[in-house]
Ligand binder design. Structure first.
Ligand SMILES: [Zn+2]
Length: 300
């Protein structure tokens, strides 16, 4: 069994994809960076996982990794979920020399599903999103050809109408995930199913954000220091999730006591809900920090 687990990585070419596939992906990535928010088509390859399990993100990451990289994979903020752990193992298998990590600070490339790490990413880091639906206009226009025209003309009138209808019906914009976000004043993107909490992190970031949709065969990017603005009305500002309890206090993480992070709600056996940071690495680092440092950080 042992011999089988230690299968030689040389049975694959570095990065699993053939060189032509990587070349095409890198060209698409460069174009995506050059036109922030524009969806660039590419020939999405068959991967050894099913579509819908992150094949788009996987291909982008494989095209980026070199043997001096350190890779981290998160799924809803967790490094240990089955999907994240298996993708990380796959990178180790097909990219000899690439180091694996669960620490955000140590990673050069982070592949993610549904979250942006709490810690601000640096300019030497790249965040790769797994994207199920790349086009923010798909909720208002079924024809892909028409959507392309609308994007080209930055014609988002129907999206604005949809947001307005939401507001009339519910007094606020009810979109919780995939919040339409305008990049560099032109293209509106679907930022993948991240919570609203993460949307402001796209704005004027130091790192590069890349989005890969495998099933829909599209790649797009938010380059560093690019304005990213969630669509909202001047009299109804964009709001992130509210973690205030019934007494008006901000809920704290049950593990690290932080009050400045995105929290997951966990149902307890006795029916009492507890709250814990969704970003496990950030939670672990905060829990390890000195108590005085922790309280000043939470107060900030
Ligand atoms: Zn925590």
């Amino acid at each position: 069994m042992r011999a089988r687990r230690r299968r030689k990585p040389a049975s694959y070419g570095f990065g699993f994809l053939d060189e032509n596939a990587k070349k095409e992906l890198r060209r698409a990535l460069l174009k995506a960076v050059a036109i922030p928010g524009h969806q660039v088509p590419y020939a999405s390859r068959e991967m050894p996982i099913a579509r819908g399990f992150g094949t788009g993100g996987l291909q982008v990451t494989l095209a980026l990794l070199g043997d001096d990289d350190t890779v981290k994979v998160i799924d809803q903020g967790s490094d240990v979920s089955v999907n994240a752990a298996n993708l990380r193992k796959f990178f180790a298998l097909v990219c000899p020399g690439v180091r694996e990590t669960t620490r955000t600070a140590d990673a050069t490339v982070i592949q993610t599903r549904h979250r942006i790490p709490e810690q601000r990413l640096r300019d030497d880091q790249i965040l790769v999103f797994q994207v199920p639906y790349p086009d923010a206009l798909v909720v208002v226009e079924p024809s892909a050809a028409k959507r392309r025209e609308m994007h080209g003309a930055a014609n988002y009138a129907r999206l604005w109408t949809k947001l307005y209808e939401d507001m009339v019906a519910f007094d606020e914009i009810t979109i919780s995930h995939r919040y339409p976000t305008r990049i560099a004043g032109h293209y509106v993107i679907d930022p993948s199913p991240i919570p609203r909490w993460d949307v402001p992190k796209l704005n004027m970031a130091d790192c590069l954000y890349l989005f890969g949709a495998g099933r829909e065969k599209r790649i797009y990017a938010v380059p560093p220091h690019t304005p990213a603005e969630p669509l909202s009305f001047s009299d109804v500002p964009f709001r992130v999730e509210d973690f205030t309890d019934e007494h008006g206090h901000r809920r704290a993480c049950a593990r690290c006591r932080a009050t400045d992070t995105f929290l997951d709600e966990l149902p307890g056996a006795d029916g009492v809900k507890t709250y814990q940071c969704s970003d496990i690495d950030h939670c672990t680092e905060t829990a390890k920090a000195e108590p005085c440092e922790r309280s000043s950080k939470s107060a900030a």
